[in-house]
Every structure is written in C-alpha cells, then in structure tokens.
Design a protein. Sequence first.
Length: 309
Amino acid sequence: MRVLLTGASGFVGRRLAAALLARGHAVRAPLRDPGAATPEGVETRPIGDLAGPVDWAPLLAGVDAVAHAAGLAHAGPGLPDVLYDAVNRDATLALARAAQGRVGRFVFLSSVRAQSGPTAAHLLTEADAPAPTDAYGRSKLQAEEGLARIPDLSWTALRPVVVYGPGVGGNLATLLRLARLPAPLPFGTLTAPRSFASVENVAEATVFALERPMRANGPLIVADPQPSSVAEFVGAMRAALGRGPGLVSVPPGAIGTLLRLLGRSDAWERISGAMAASPQALLREGWRPPVGSTPEGVRRWLAAGSPPG
C-alpha cells in the first residue's frame, strides 16, 4: 500500500512513517521544508503552506490511503482562531475532497481536545457529546464534522490524548527536565486520573486504521490502556532514570499559584485535574497496543535515549 503521509517530519509523523515502512508500505511525504528529517525510505515531495491553497492531485497520484498528521499543534493562547481553522479544518477538508473517490482509506490525526477541554469529570468515551473549549479543539472537531459530510470517503478520526515519547516537547519535556533534577519534586498530590498515549501506540493505531477499515466512519480515542496520573508519570520517569520517586506533597493551590505567577496557568490547568479517556472502542475493533501501560511506555521512551533537557 502506498500512503500519503502529511506531517512526516513531526513528532508523531516521524514515528508513523517508520511504522508504515516497517510494515512494508510505501510512504510519500509532502514537506514544506525540503530539508526536514524523515526516516530513510520515505519519498518526499515539496508542498506549500497548508494555510494556503495546495494542489493535492499530483501528490495523490498512485496513492492507496492517506494519513493526515500535519496540522497546527495546540500552542495555548495567542494564535488567532482563523489560523487554527485554516490549517486544522480547511486544509484537512481540502485534502479529503481531493482524495474522495481516489483512495481506500483516509485517517485523520485529530485530538481528544475535539471532545473535551483540558479536564473531564468522568471517563471520556466517544459516546460523550463533543465539548471543545478552545480554538484548537474546535478546529479539529469541525474537521471531523466536515469529513462526515463528504460522500464516498472511508475515514477515521483518531483522537489521541497527551502523547509522549522520544522528541516530545511542551509540558512533558518540562516534566522530564524536572525529573532529571536531584531535588524532590512537589507533585505528590497530583493523583487525579489522566490518560497518556505512547507515540508508539499512536503510530500503531494509525497503521491499524489504515490497514483495517473500521465498522463505521467516525472518531476513535487513542490512549494507553489504563489512565495514570501526573504523580505516577513523573515517578515512572524517575524510576527510568535510576532514582526513587522523590515526590513530596505540597498543597495543589501553592503549585497553581506559582505557575500562574510564572505566566503558566495553562500548564497548571493541564496537569492538575482529571482527564481520563477510554480506548475501548478502538480495542473492540481489534487494535492491540504495543505498549501495554504508561509506566512501560515511559521506560521505553527513556531507554531509547531522550536528550537532556
């Protein structure tokens, strides 16, 4: 199978390209930056900015399936809504319309933020009514809704939770830098259930969705099999680095106040509350995650050699 993979130079895209090649699939990767690193064996093609018009027809020639992993990542406040809409919604639907009737499968890398804000009061499933709380989540949800209106398109939208693994950035990279410190960390009280997804699990879920059509078009949550917590996640990092957890219990309000004073109130919102999501629908389809638990995934991540933060 020849797969058109957008975002092949990104955090998830690089792992997905490698997973596709390992399964014997050919990968064609449109890249805005011709010098961007991709796994050996990927066929690269130049592409313009996704926020502008793109001629997808030559890129789709001879292609059997599409994995659309490119997009504007969640970057917190500051970016205009129209930019999220142009890249995450409009570009997705333009590619899907160009692929309509040409390919057998279209897999869209959406996000759990299409379904919920940064916290959730109960275990999320696909049966919950979508309730995104920011421009990023709304743009992803609108892309999913647009896919549902395109006839003759066999599609799946995967909704990963927070993804971790080699090369991760953002808040998880910050947690890794903190975990490397010899000092105790004030995360002992951050025990609310939160779901994480190994980048390996996300890549393999995408390959699974490309290779095996789902029973119905629609979204599917991607997460490690069981929720964890921030305290457990940092403890797993510490264990993988060869030291004890070193977590102390500090009142959560004190941590929140400190982060707000540092201008990182968004980070506090993301780590303090519950955000558990169930991958059971994807498991019922027959997907078997190669990483069986978040602690196992953290061990694999750090054993692979993550550079010092």
